[in-house]
Design a protein around this ligand. Structure first.
Ligand code: HEC
Ligand SMILES: [Cu+2]
Length: 508
């Protein structure tokens, strides 16, 4: 836990209410045994069970499979901690966690186990919390017995009657806020006979974050209750942060291995269309029920407060992308992860790109006739415009405005909004003798990019300008250069799309 941060107004209200509630609890606990009933007296056959300390893991890791053939008395110690951590690049958030991570620690027990559960709320926490485990048969799934003030510890015992994969979460009011701050995780109750043996197991949970700022807005963000009520989260992510399963944090496997993913949705609101691009789930245990694996599934729906288990063999190497197939969530809100598979290729299963050719259908001829006619018309219009100075002036002005938009979207990041560039890295365009000396070279530079040493206003720079030909149309190139040639003190004629087109053809 890092420095305490200011709480939101709402959290303060909750704190005050909760403090009052806690006082009531503490008072009643002191006056009578109504709340704390004392340890359960187990029947002899259960009391004599071996005692085991549960291994807890943080995502994407999963505790080892349970090998024992008998039920045990499992002791689970889960600590609630409120921590400031990264939600995205430059974006921080005060997460409320079970075990310091989002999702919380993975708990693995066996069907029939009697679980002695300890919920410990770290003294640095600001709020009381509790836990509702969907694997528990009993009021509130344990919530009624685990309301725990900061610096306190609660204990209750339950027997795991049903095998399966279950979500757990905090159920302290306001519940959506506690879950929305990251208070959820998974508990696996292995069936007596165990799960099929696989090579790799991973733990992934989806959840959304209702930050006051927009997606990517930097700084410490706080929870926005209005957005939560409207179900408008700026972030929908896997494992508590944008990029938590990307790059060197990707989950991995080797060709030929069997992979199992324990996938859950913490929510608090949004369901997931869980999919892996380029893989087919050989088996899906729908809603994490164990009776019926579905076979050969592309996308599986996982409800909020629900889970699934998927199993698949990886046959070919490459990077496979985990997504919520409601795709703006993956590409614009963060619900994207990676599975990196290494090993030998199998070109029969997947060949890679075999042939790169241009395909022109029957429409090609019609298209080229029309293009010819368009070119003729353009030349006529250009001729008419150059003989009419008013129109020519107006079009140049319009081009400058259009070009400015291109510049501010694409070029400014390197050449800077004021065109002055950055010493040693990006040459200036404002007053650049190199630029003004050769108009055609400027067009080629934008289309093809530029590498190697050049001298601009007496200063040598040796860097790389990326090509823009794939991103910009001829008109856009003409517009942006017209803007560059008529800004920051530069002066020059307008560029025409026709000229750009001709140069584009020349360099190919
Ligand atoms: C990723 C950074 C980057 C972007 C984006 C970029 N440039 Fe460049 N540009 C450079 C670098 C670096 C050079 C110098 C290359 C070298 O050293 O050979 C350069 C060189 C140039 C030059 C010639 C040098 C000069 O100062 O006159 C022009 C003209 C130019 N860029 C225009 C543009 C325009 C217009 C855009 C937008 C369409 C653009 N650039 C986008 C990095 C960039
Ligand atoms: Cu809580």
């Amino acid at each position: 836990m890092k420095n305490p941060r200011p709480l939101t107004a709402l959290a303060v209200v909750v704190l005050v209410l909760a403090a009052a509630f806690t006082t009531v609890l503490v008072a009643s606990a002191a006056t009578g045994p109504a709340d704390a009933k004392g340890p359960v007296v187990l029947p002899p056959e259960l009391a004599s069970m071996p005692i085991e300390q549960a291994i807890l893991t943080s995502p994407p890791h999963v505790p080892p499979a349970i090998k024992r053939q008998y039920a045990a008395r499992m002791v689970v110690n889960l600590e609630v901690r409120e921590v400031v951590a990264k939600l995205a690049d430059g974006v921080e958030y005060t997460f409320w966690t079970f075990g310091g991570s989002v999702p919380g620690s993975f708990i693995r027990i066996r069907e029939g186990d009697v679980v002695e559960f300890h919920l410990n709320n770290h003294p640095s926490s600001k709020l009381p919390h509790n836990i509702d485990l969907h694997a528990v048969t009993g009021p509130g799934g344990g919530a009624a017995s685990t309301f725990t003030a900061p610096g306190h510890s609660s204990q209750f015992t339950f027997q795991a009657l049903n095998p399966g994969l279950y979500v757990y979460h905090c159920a302290t009011a306001p519940v959506p806020m506690h879950i929305g701050n990251g208070m959820y995780g998974l508990i696996l109750v292995e069936p007596k006979e165990g799960l099929p043996i696989v090579d790799k197991e991973y733990y992934v949970m989806q959840g959304e974050f209702y930050t006051t700022g927009k997606y990517g807005e930097e700084g410490l963000q706080s929870f926005d209750m209005a957005k939560a009520i409207d179900e408008r989260p700026p972030y929908i992510v896997f494992n508590g942060a944008v990029g938590s399963l990307v790059g060197d944090k990707a989950i991995t496997a080797k060709v030929g291995e069997q992979v199992r993913i324990f996938f859950g949705v913490g929510g608090p609101n949004i369901t997931s269309s869980f999919h892996i691009i380029g893989e087919i789930f050989d088996k899906v245990y729908p809603e994490a029920g164990l009776s019926l694996p579905n076979r050969h599934v592309q996308t599986t729906l996982v409800p909020s407060g629900g889970a699934t288990m998927v199993e698949f063999k990886v046959d070919v190497p490459g990077t496979f992308i985990l997504v919520d197939h409601s795709l703006t969530r993956a590409f614009n809100k963060g619900a994207l992860g990676m599975l990196k598979v290494t090993g030998p290729e199998d070109r029969v299963i997947y060949s890679g790109k075999e042939i790169d050719a241009i395909y022109l259908g029957a429409q090609a001829e019609a298209g080229s006739n029309s293009a010819k006619r368009e070119a003729e018309l353009k030349t006529q219009i250009a001729a008419a415009m150059s003989s009419n100075p008013t129109i020519a002036g107006l079009t140049k002005e319009m081009q400058i405005e259009k070009g400015k938009q291109v510049y501010m979207g694409l070029c400014f990041a390197c050449h800077q909004p004021d065109g002055k560039g950055l010493p040693l890295a990006f040459p200036p365009l404002a007053g650049s003798d190199y630029l003004l000396a050769d108009r055609e070279r400027a067009v080629r530079t934008v289309l093809k990019g530029l590498t190697g040493p050049i001298t601009v206003n007496g200063v040598t720079i040796n860097s790389v300008m990326p090509p823009q030909e794939a991103v910009l149309t001829d008109a856009q190139v003409a517009d942006v250069l017209t803007y560059v040639y008529n800004s920051w003190g530069n002066q020059g004629e307008a560029f025409t799309a026709a000229k750009v087109k001709a140069l584009r053809a020349e360099i190919h």
